[in-house]
Design a protein around this ligand. Structure first.
Ligand SMILES: Nc1ncnc2c1ncn2[C@@H]1O[C@H](COP(=O)(O)OP(=O)(O)OP(=O)(O)O)[C@@H](O)[C@H]1O
Ligand SMILES: [Mg+2]
Length: 248
């Protein structure tokens, strides 16, 4: 990354507990505009919680979080609502609305939050479905789609609003290797063609390495290592070494 690049997201000494469970224990992390940062960590280490804090769905107990130059932990809910619109989120699972056609799933945020005409919305839906290689699926129901197709519809929906920042929560978990490769290629295409900043959280190493510009590793509520893929692969940190080596 070029050193002149600006940070678009920052976590400073963020702590979050759920009763006795001290999940985040002083998380510090900065993300450059336009990069894809992958956060690796074991199941339950706080990856999804970290993304939910960015969306203002969970508030930290201590610390500060900055998005696009603004401290989000201090803003009123109404302002948080606007800040949330900078983000597109691909949820763990796909979280499609099962009773809605593909086109209505993709158009959902546009109907809810914009004054775009029906014709503009139809065009955006078409464009986004083409982007994820699902042209012509507008009239299908989610139940008629494979797991990989559902993920792609969810991605088209997350991007419909033209977010500056995309958050991907375990985008390839539970998918077969070929479908996972397709989703990883789409994550790279989204960065390359739309210039979005992306955060991908995953416990799947190969998937993370295939999309990352930088990788951060969480353990015991903190970022214990951050750097390029090579730096992470050559890390001398014992936890990182064990994590990379995988189960014996
Ligand atoms: N709303 C909540 N209330 C209570 N505990 C929670 C809540 N959300 C998360 N936790 C707890 O916080 C910890 C971290 O959860 P999180 O979902 O962030 O894990 P994760 O790193 O995303 O794991 P996975 O890889 O399995 O998705 C877990 O112990 C979880 O039980
Ligand atoms: Mg999670």
């Amino acid at each position: 990354m070029n050193k002149d690049q600006r940070y678009i997201i920052g976590f400073q000494d963020v702590h979050k507990s759920f009763e006795e469970n001290h999940v985040l224990q002083g998380l510090n992390l900065s993300i450059f505009e336009g990069e894809t940062l992958v956060i690796l960590g074991r199941s339950g280490c706080g990856k999804s919680v970290t993304l939910k804090i960015l969306l203002g769905l969970i508030y930290p107990d201590v610390g500060q979080v900055f998005v696009d130059g603004e401290e989000i932990t201090q803003v009123p809910e109404k302002r948080m609502f606007s800040i949330r619109q900078k983000f597109g989120m691909l949820f763990q699972g796909s979280a499609l609305f099962d009773s809605m056609k593909v086109k209505d799933n993709v158009a959902f945020a546009l109907h809810e939050h914009t004054k775009k005409s029906e014709k503009e919305i139809i065009d955006i839906v078409k464009r986004n479905l083409e982007f994820v290689d699902l042209a012509g699926t507008e009239e299908l129901m989610p139940s008629e789609l494979s797991g990989g197709m559902r993920k792609r519809v969810a991605l088209a929906r997350a991007m419909a609003y033209q977010p500056k920042i995309m958050l991907y929560d375990e985008p390839t978990t539970g998918l077969d290797p070929i479908t996972a490769t397709t989703i990883n290629a789409l994550i790279r295409k989204t960065q390359r063609e739309l210039g979005v900043t992306s955060i991908v959280v995953t416990h799947e190493l190969e998937s993370g390495f295939s999309v990352a510009n930088r990788v951060a590793v969480i353990s015991e509520g903190k970022i214990i290592e951050i750097g390029s893929i090579d730096e992470i692969k050559n890390s001398q940190n014992e936890f990182v070494k064990t994590f990379i080596a995988g189960p014996k």
